[in-house]
Design a protein around this ligand. Sequence first.
Ligand code: IVH
Length: 671
Amino acid sequence: MGDNEAKKRIEELRGLINYHNHRYYVLDSPEISDEEYDKFMRELQALEEKYPQFVTPDSPTQRVGAAPLEEFGIVEHRVPLLSLGNVFSTEELLAWHKRISGLLGNQSCDFVAEPKMDGLAVALVYEDGKLVTGSTRGDGYRGEDITQNLKTIKSIPLAVPKTAPRLFEVRGEVFLSKKGFRKLNEERARAELPLFANPRNAAAGSVRQLDPRITAQRPLDIYIYGMGWAEGQIPSTHWETMEYLKSLGFKLNPHNARLPNIDEVEKYYQGWVEQREQLPYEADGIVVKINRFDLQEQLGVVGREPRWAVAYKFPATQATTKLLDIGISVGRTGTLNPYAILEPVSVGGVILKRAALHNKDDIRRKDIRIGDTVVVQRAGEVIPEVVGPVLSLRTGGEKIFVMPPRCPVCGSEVVKPEGEAMTRCPNISCAAQRYELVKHFVSRGAMDIEGIGEKLAEALLKSGLIKNVADIYTLSDKREEFVNLERIGEKSADNVLKAIEESKHRPLARVIFALGIRHAGSETAEILAKHFGSIDKLAQATEEDLMKIPSIGPKIAESIAAFFKQKSNLKVIEKLKEAGVKMKAEAAKSQAALSLAGREFVVTGKLESFTRTEAEGKIKELGGSVGSSVTKKTTHLVVGADPGSKLGRARQLGTTILDEKQFLKMLEEKK
Ligand code: IVH
């Protein structure tokens, strides 16, 4: 392809991608499949790689990929970003209306009302059709340059049509949906990272990342709510300006409304007071704006607040009440979770009787005592929580909270490992923990009992057919009851029983992993199995013995020792042994006799039927080795979805390439 031809195709592809991007992220109405979109994107990437002279900053390939910054630059706002005055009731809204009506005399005035999203304000400057600067509000006069980060938000156009002003600025709110917030916090909890308090903090934290690649992973969105300034002519009302911005490709809140009078504004507000929970993002009120720009100008600005707009806030999400007591619930992973038992109080229209207290350290840090008057908070997606005590109302009769020494569900002595926030019940037969443990025990990387999924695990526990993981091996004695369980049917019941039987021969490392000892992942289990050779030897090991093993730190050692101190856990192990589950390492099968001996595998991309670690585990079990990059020594590359550069390297080297299906088939054959 010649230079000219390449340039033409690159421009064509950008046009196509921008068009479909807008359909997908702004209009929510895609025309083509994800695969087709990806195809365009890959073609463009390939061409730009080959012809780097044609890469421009507004190319859709440039959304991610900028290098991390040392610090943000400063952006001076040409026209300051104002804030808003608040009203909290119908009376206050009407008082605002009366004031402006007085100033405007008998000029007719309509309104635009918009949900007030709870995120952070940004300003986007476009020059010659391209996004050139994106910044935070900062103090209203100077903000931070977060262009690279904002470019990763797909609903922000990188380029606008030629009909747009040569130079202009739009403003909007960047936010995280409630769902995106929940997902992000779930991921952070799994990675034991501190959680974001609410979607606004999460959005702000995401946008103010020095590394745009992190921002790119956060599901941020934007609604544009106004034009900051522009070169040349723009419409004469806010509503028409918004329609115009929409035509340029900007994303507007579809719930914005043009309303003829203040009574309609009040109705709009009342509608959202009832409906706000249904919004997929958090909103803390509505914004009411005078529609005509000439009237806006007449009304002007006092201080930093325009007279022509006001935030009409939703009812408060905080209230004060008495903390009657602190109760304890036991989570599915054994954590003892204190919660507040409150004198019932109405917060934002809902009666609260309970609220979260998180953990013991948190209670101490906030100095919350039983009998305190406390501030409680309930806001959208966040679980109702106790914010803190009202110290001025303390009488001296309040009681300091102490964690109970025993699990309130099963009575076992609780543990609180050094340096960890949570107190835990260490008993794997504890009713509160059974479900998670059974699910883990049967999972693929553990005992791999096919056929026991989440539903069946729950049904088995609910019916009382099993009480702990060892009881799984007694199901064959209770076949009749098992078959009758939730209409599982003879055939699938027998298949499950067969799978249970087979699982008895899993290697010791898998059994150790399956027990669900905290901090003992599959790799640790592997090391323990090799070092001790049997579960009995492992059970007898002291914390000091464990610490002597390289790669076992104090945290893991403490957790393992605590696990085997627990009598009820030893009972479960005894029962597993009786059932015939293998509790000793193989009299090591000679490596050479294993079917994948001498082969080196690399796994890349996303597999459907297992995680990468699981796939690697399977390879190792059959005697294969696993590498992290494709080299001359690599004999096989296993490829999942979105494989990246390893695939190209393997092709160059002529390495055998297996897709997931072929890989599964190979495992089956080599078993
Ligand atoms: S208009 C003078 N419209 O609320 C007009 N602001 O308290 C100022 N906000 O900094 C902004 N949704 O971050 C406007 N539909 C909306 C809004 C909105 C959320 C935020 C924005 C602003 C703050 C003002």
